[in-house]
Design a protein around this ligand. Structure first.
Ligand SMILES: [Cu+2]
Length: 897
């Protein structure tokens, strides 16, 4: 190892992305990593004028340096032309997130074989000159920040700790577990239900974000005795496998450590090591598509079944569709000692038309039970003859097959064009949206600030899309966390018809099947428009192979109509702004239904009063971006579409538990419930557990001397102090909502900063409290649950809801601990649903129903974050329209005065 001294000279006390202020030597460094270097950061002595006054600011500067032509004997360095600067705090630290929590000395970091990162903090003092509208700012420290002998730890990592497992990692994990099987029989019997990443502790994630992966956020580092903890390496990634032994009917959970060898220099090579394995008694893991296909074949081959179909006029088994539904848990006969499915039968009319809607002809009256472990039909009874419904001429939805046989021809093209590309940036699974730079100082424009959303995209077989590390980079306040992890963890669809087979239909589509496993590839121009970034997903299949869903997750921007508008009635002058959002989504198909899951992020601008006094309007003049969507919201949305699950009626029969949608065809009433799990971290730094949840209800003031006009009402807040207190239901009559607040961080009015959970339309189960499915889905009984974070509490009905005989497992049991929520790491579980009374217009394919909720800043910003949005001036949007900006209108009131 050699040590070499190099000088770096600052050209400005403030560092601009356009004009980087210091340079690194261009000569190759004759070093072999790991290596040490000395840096000298020399500050130029000139002052800066303009901008705001009255404070001392810490500016955090990062600059990345790329290494090229790396070889064992030499390293050639390329300076990155861009630098990221931001104000990270004010001194004295009288506001939130003081600079005291940031490393104050320059630090040299190495991301991997190819990149170096420098991070340091500088101080700037701004003084007020009462006689002038301008104020002077100058560096308070004129000496050089000096970095001596900082060592560069060698960190050869290619995967962020939260990146979903790669295809290679899944392969290695499966091979490792299979090799660990005690006998050849055991190895042959292994079926792989899922292989997922073991998400590391939150502090490991923080360290990764601080030191190992761009954009490098040292402020996230945990601190011990006031000093940041600087790791030399991250722990190895681990995989968690659910393995079903087809021979013994046992379910086991394995943890495998994935060791990365020659990771970055030789293209990546892994080996696995079993850390633990345990058999989980009395459970059945989710079903797999391979089992469903085998089940269909078994049923179709069963002679009495063929005979029953013949009785109904069906000889051709190619027309028959067998959808294997899980049996749920209705009695001891459904216990997990057997792996069971109770299929629903449907029948197409034409065998040569693969897109015919076969769900339009349900076959009823046949009872079938399949042992999925041994893949044999164990119960069969042709109980009741129900004729097949006549072929409905309106059943199909493919082009040319819809009503009348002719598609409409008057739909003109509508193009979403983004000629300059999207405003988001993606590195691996890390997403930043609208990295806007603001000029802090009006005249020199020498400090820039960033505002943008950032998060990581994850994916699991069970939940599908997972959003990690949601943070808002808020100008001077730096990175402000909102949530640690967001996902949909369960959905349940109970049906309201007491007749066979509908009373047993109460699918747990996440826990019994897997939302992610049933995702499919998205098509540009159909599923999403505009400039799109797709993410692929990798899974294990039943036998342990790796399958990839290409274009599984879609990331794109959407125009969202107007953001705000006001027209002055006297002048007719109007101001209007457009809204834009960043959308990340996936769509899954579970048998007949489709569900699209969306997280929408709305942009916001920073809390400027951190930077300027209230009268200093320095930002808009320098603003270069147009039509941002600016209100800081996060919307969760589910889009429900697909084909109704229908039943057959006897001739002349009318049933009150559903809607007759075609002759002999009826769609029973049902409900769709979704559970969003939100591990919140509002304004929390890693390791902090500083959130609480308050409920807000509107109260009507009692008539009396305080309310003589009888008009008074007010909002009343109540802190939900413990888990049992936080089991709540929606109440639109009191405008009920909940706010997650940071217990230590305040806004400009001294109130705690927060994000509120704003319910959309919602419902509760209409089934009686003793309904069998509610044993497994006790979490549906309330709309909101709040728990103290625990890493093993992930799924609201427990990990294995399939055939689960234990009543109330999961949330309903966890909250009995009644843990304190007064200042905690809180997890919100929001249960929302809709009651679906089918309409004829839902047939043959249901137009999308929208359902969701909003996470909305509530005192998180200091004023409307949308008020300073500039008007849309993009020429392409103005062309061929009558829009000419703020022009007085003819019928304005002024014309009449
Ligand atoms: Cu429905």
């Amino acid at each position: 190892m050699t040590t070499k001294k190099n000088a770096i000279t600052c050209e400005s006390p403030f560092l601009s992305p356009i004009n980087p202020p210091f340079s690194l030597p261009e000569t190759p460094l004759q070093q072999t990593p790991p290596f040490s270097r000395n840096f000298l950061l020399r500050r130029r002595s000139s002052g800066v004028s303009g901008g705001d006054c009255g404070g001392e600011w810490a500016v955090q500067r990062t600059e990345s340096v790329k290494i090229r032509n790396s070889s064992p004997s030499s390293v050639v360095v390329d300076r990155s032309p861009a630098a990221d600067d931001r104000i990270v705090g004010e001194r004295p630290a009288n506001l939130i997130h003081s600079v005291e929590s940031l490393p104050e000395s320059p630090t040299v970091l190495l991301e991997n074989d190819f990149q170096v990162l420098l991070v340091f903090v500088e101080w700037v003092t701004c003084d007020c000159d009462p006689s002038s509208s301008l104020h002077s700012c100058s560096p308070s420290v004129s000496n050089c920040a000096t970095l001596t002998g900082a060592s560069l730890p060698w960190r050869g990592r290619t995967s962020h700790p939260l990146d979903p497992l790669s295809a290679t990692e899944i392969k290695v994990a499966v091979a490792t577990v299979r090799a660990a099987g005690a006998t050849p029989e055991e190895r042959d019997s292994m079926r792989f239900i899922e292989v997922v990443l073991v998400e590391p502790e939150k502090l490991v994630i923080a360290m990764a974000d601080a030191y190992f992966f761009p954009p490098f956020q040292p402020s996230l580092l945990p601190r011990v005795k006031g000093r940041p903890v600087i790791p030399s390496k991250l722990p190895p990634r681990q995989a968690r496998l659910i393995v079903y032994n087809k021979k013994s009917n046992e379910t086991s959970i394995w943890i495998v450590e994935l060791l990365e060898i020659h990771a970055t220099t030789r293209g990546g090579h892994h080996k696995g090591k079993v850390i633990s394995s345990k058999v989980v008694p009395d459970v059945q893991p989710p079903m797999d598509a391979v089992e469903y296909a085998e089940c269909e074949a078994v049923v179709k081959d069963y002679p009495p079944f063929r005979e029953a179909m013949k009785k109904r006029g069906i000889d051709d088994m190619d027309l028959v569709m067998v959808d294997a539904w899980c049996v749920g848990y209705h009695s001891e006969a459904d216990s997990p000692s057997r792996r069971l499915a109770k299929p629903l039968i449907f029948c197409r009319t034409e065998s040569d038309c693969p897109m015919e809607n076969g769900y339009a002809r349900p076959v009823e009256g046949i009872h079938v039970l399949v042992d999925m472990q041994n893949m044999v039909l164990v119960e069969f009874e042709d109980k009741k003859f129900v004729p097949l419904p006549p072929a409905d001429p309106l059943r199909n939805y493919t082009p040319g097959e819809t009503r009348g046989g002719v598609d409409r021809s008057d739909v003109k093209p509508l193009h979403i064009l983004q000629p300059e590309g999207p405003s988001f940036r993606v590195k691996g699974h890390f997403v930043e949206w609208q990295k806007v730079f603001y000029c802090l100082f009006k005249l020199l424009c020498s400090i820039t600030l960033q505002v943008h959303w950032s998060f990581r995209v994850g994916f699991t077989p069970r939940e599908g899309l997972v959003i990690h590390s949601v943070a808002y980079v808020d100008g001077s306040r730096g990175r402000r966390s909102v949530a640690q992890r967001l996902s949909f963890v369960e959905m349940v669809v109970p049906y309201g018809d007491p007749n066979e087979p509908h009373y047993r239909k109460n699918a747990f589509d996440a826990g019994e099947d897997g939302l992610g496993k049933n995702a499919h590839s998205l098509k540009k121009g159909c599923d999403c428009l505009g400039s799109i970034k797709y993410f692929d997903s990798h899974f294990t299949n039943f036998t342990g192979g790796v399958e990839t869903i290409e274009n599984c997750v879609c990331l794109h921007e959407e125009d969202r109509g107007i953001l705000w508008k006001h027209q002055d009635w006297r002048t007719g002058l109007a101001e209007v702004r457009r809204s834009r959002r960043l959308t990340v989504s996936f769509i899954c198909t579970v048998a007949n239904y489709e569900y699209g899951f969306y997280w929408h992020f709305y942009q916001a601008i920073p809390s400027f009063d951190y930077l300027v006094n209230k009268n200093a309007a320095i930002i808009p003049q320098k603003w270069k971006c147009s039509y941002l969507a600016l209100d800081g919201k996060i919307e969760a949305e589910v889009k429900l579409t697909g084909i109704l699950s229908v039943g057959a009626l006897l001739p002349g029969e009318v049933r009150k538990y559903g809607t007759t949608i075609a002759p002999g065809l009826y769609a029973p009433v049902h409900q769709h419930f979704f559970v969003a799990r939100m591990d919140m971290a509002v304004d929390c730094k890693p390791g902090e557990a500083l959130n609480q949840v308050v409920e807000l209800n509107v109260k009507v003031q009692e008539p009396g001397k305080d309310n003589v006009h009888n008009n008074a009402f007010y909002a009343e807040e109540k802190l939900l102090r413990s888990e049992l207190q936080a089991v709540r239901d929606c109440n639109p009559l009191t405008a009920r909502h909940w706010i997650v607040r940071n217990t230590r961080t305040v806004n400009r009015t001294g109130q705690l900063t927060g994000y509120k959970l704003m319910p959309g339309s919602n419902c509760l189960p209409l089934a009686g409290p003793e309904a069998k499915f509610l044993r497994r889905a006790a979490f549906l009984k309330h709309n909101l649950w709040v728990t103290q974070y625990a890493p093993n509490e992930m799924f609201p009905g427990g990990e294995f809801p399939n055939q689960n005989p234990r009543a109330g497992e999961g949330l309903a049991s966890w909250v009995k601990q009644n843990r304190s929520l007064e200042e905690a790491d809180v997890v919100l579980w929001y249960v929302f649903g809709l009651t679906h009374i089918p309409r004829l217009e839902d047939w043959p394919v249901m137009p999308v129903e929208h359902l969701g909720f909003t996470l909305m800043p509530h005192g998180f910003f200091n004023c409307s974050p949308a008020v300073d949005v500039p008007p849309n001036t993009h020429e392409s949007d103005m062309k061929e329209t009558n829009v000419v900006g703020a022009k007085p209108i003819q019928n304005a009131m002024i014309a009449k005065l």
